[in-house]
Design a protein around this ligand. Structure first.
Ligand code: DMJ
Length: 649
């Protein structure tokens, strides 16, 4: 939890008489008080009742304002952070001619109007019904209805000139990403260039206000620390390299060489620091060949090892990298299943590069134990595992979302990393996907969107985290590497659903969690609870779009990504630099900025968008690299690799 800053509080002080006011003011106050005292008890009561009624009448406005404040209290880690509600930063004005996509680029069964009628919608203005959009949402809807000749570029064009999605790489020059477009700064740029521009803007904020710190707070022009290790900077290194942002990269590299030190008395989360820091450094080493990054990777990797000194060898969640001690969270001896099973790609690679087996041995032991554990449901794992007993705890809940997600991702990716030889990983992955199909897959009503829900003690819940949107990409990756073709079909269906999680919102940005309607007669597929309306600039959907585009060459995936980028620019871009998480994707008039730019926005979201818009399949070839869960590409091992494969083989 971040300490509240001074501006987090509103202080109310009562004026002191002596010298604080001029005589006139003081006299008026005393006179008012005298008059009040002269009133009868009945008169006073009547006035108080009237004041009370006035207060109640203004209640919606008050609660709305408060909601803005309290919504800002939860960050991605469920920490409580009081944030000031700062208006006048967002959103940017919607430009004239804001386009709807051409009809053919939308999923067939669904409307191409953003913001379909929505049951849970909070109307900020008037008594508009569900079907009535307000403010900019209404403008956008109108433009969409009237603007029949507007391209996905945002420019008004003749219908004949509109580019249609092409399949299987044909007509590559006509790829929408090659077209020049109006960027937010009104210069003509291609789509990859627009992502570079977005990155530069994010980087400017980080550089100006948070340099060397973990995360930018773009509205307050300050920063927040999580581990105090320059998290955003390290997470961004390979993105800059891939985007060819040499100047920015060199500056950051200099900081790594001269300022980055891990000999700090600080507790870090094993999983987060592995995927962001170790993963980021290893991948940058591979891309650049610069030994600086490998040295730093070895340093942090070895400092994280005490986490594995537990009775069960299932690692603790936290390590003090300065003291070499580790511990579970204060309230439990459990670790999260996703966390202990999503550090393998990085530690295995560290062993391969250093030829020191202890890293790989430690993470392989975790996989071995989890493989054997009881308490799975058709290959699906519970969310927690106990570091003393090595057993699953809090059993009975199965999800592909938070706390379990990347377990499934890393089964497949370890198998790919090791050259597709570790059969047990593959079997566990295939069994889990079958388990998803059998237990968690459902269709929504009325449009039949395929979604992955959750199971809680035998009860199905149609709840899906945005985090689950990694799954279409992972399924597609598996199919590309020879797994059943129906995985690709499922990937396409889920991709459409994840895209609809954006389209259905008034800002065109997905909330953190959605619920799907399943009962016949529903008028809309997607519902959002009040507490779930935030968007943290997460990458999973654009990540999957990248995979789907790479493997199908269907341009609609690029177009969907382009829409999402534009909406990030509209609703989350902060003019002085940086992008911010927002509290309310349902309110385009006031998305309520949270004042935080997560490191994964630069490490993942913008990287995947850039790769999605690139038509060069050799730019991080998926036959040579496997991305870790923080979008850091690590090499697929050559077949003559000398490293020991996991003991689960
Ligand atoms: C990232 O840190 C990683 O992608 C992780 O696997 C899930 N959470 C965030 C992004 O949403």
């Amino acid at each position: 939890m971040h300490p509240p800053s001074r501006q987090d509080y509103i202080s109310i002080s009562f004026g002191q008489g002596s010298g604080g006011y001029n005589n006139g003011k003081q006299w008026r106050r005393q006179s008012c008080w005298r008059k009040w005292k002269q009133l009868s008890r009945l008169q006073r009561s009547l006035i108080l009742v009237l004041l009370f009624i006035c207060g109640i009448a203004s209640y919606p406005a008050v609660t709305e304002h408060l909601r803005g404040l309290t919504d800002g209290e939860q960050d991605s880690d469920n920490n409580i952070v009081l944030l000031p509600d700062i208006p006048n930063v967002l959103p940017e004005p919607i430009k004239q001619g804001q386009p709807p996509l051409p009809e053919e680029t939308y999923p067939k069964k669904l409307s191409n109007k953003r913001g379909p009628p929505f049951q849970g919608r909070i109307q900020r203005k008037g008594n508009a019904s569900d079907t009535v959009l307000v403010g900019k949402a209404a403008e956008r809807k109108k433009e969409g209805e009237e603007g029949g000749v507007i391209s996905w570029h945002g420019a008004v064009i003749d219908t004949e000139q509109a580019t249609e999605g092409t399949k299987d790489g044909e007509n590559k020059e006509d790829s929408p990403s090659n077209h020049k477009d109006k960027s937010p700064t009104e210069s003509a740029v291609s789509w990859p260039e627009a992502v570079q521009e977005a990155f530069r803007h994010a980087w400017k904020g980080y550089k100006d206000f948070a340099w060397g710190h973990d995360e930018l707070r773009p509205l307050s022009k300050s920063y927040s620390e999580w581990f105090g290790l320059g998290l955003t900077l390290i997470d961004s290194l390979d993105t800059m390299w891939i985007m060819g942002l040499k100047e920015e990269f060199e500056e950051a590299k200099k900081w790594v060489a001269t300022e980055l030190t891990f000999s700090k008395n600080v507790d870090v989360n094993l999983f987060e620091s592995t995927i962001r820091i170790l993963g980021g450094l290893l991948s940058t080493y591979h891309l650049t060949g610069d030994a600086l990054f490998l040295d730093k990777a070895k340093d942090i990797g070895s400092r994280l090892m005490p986490a594995f000194n537990t009775p069960s060898k299932i690692p603790y969640s936290d390590v003090n990298i300065g003291k070499g001690t580790a511990h579970p969270p204060r309230w439990t001896s459990d670790s999260t299943v996703a966390e202990v099973t999503s550090i393998q790609l990085e530690f295995r690679e560290l062993s391969r590069l250093t030829q020191e087996p202890q890293y790989q041995a430690a993470v392989a032991e975790v996989m071995k134990q989890v493989h054997k554990l009881e308490g799975k449901l058709d290959g699906l794992v519970p969310m927690f595992i106990n570091t003393n007993t090595g057993q699953f705890s809090h059993q009975g809940i199965y999800t592909l979302g938070a706390r379990a997600d990347s377990y499934y991702e890393y089964l497949l990716k370890q198998w790919i990393q090791g050259g597709k030889k570790e059969n047990q990983l593959l079997e566990d992955y295939l069994q889990a996907i079958d388990g998803v199909k059998k237990n968690l897959l459902q269709k929504s009503s009325p449009n039949g969107l395929t979604f992955v829900g959750e199971l809680s003690h035998g009860q199905f819940s149609p709840k899906m985290d945005h985090l689950v949107c990694f799954l279409p990409g992972t399924l597609a990756l598996g199919a590309h590497h020879g797994l059943p073709a129906d995985h690709m079909e499922l990937a396409k269906q889920l991709m459409e659903t994840c895209y609809q999680m954006y389209v259905a919102m008034e800002t065109g940005l997905s909330p953190e969690i959605v619920h799907f309607n399943m009962h016949q007669g529903s008028t809309r597929d997607i519902e959002v609870k009040l507490a779930d309306r935030h968007n943290l600039l997460r990458p999973e959907t654009v990540e999957s779009l990248f995979y789907l585009y790479r493997f199908t060459k269907d341009h609609k995936y690029q177009e969907w990504g382009w829409e999402i980028l534009q909406n990030f620019n509209k609703y989350t871009k902060v003019s002085s630099g940086g992008y911010t998480s927002i509290n309310n994707v349902r309110d385009p008039d006031y998305p309520s900025p949270r004042d935080k730019m997560e490191s994964f926005f630069l490490g993942e979201t913008l990287k995947y968008l850039y790769l999605l818009f690139s038509d060069n399949p050799d730019l991080i070839s998926l036959d040579q690299y496997v991305f870790n869960t923080e979008a850091h590409p690590l090499p697929i091992w050559p077949s003559n690799s000398t490293v020991l494969l996991t003991s689960t083989q």
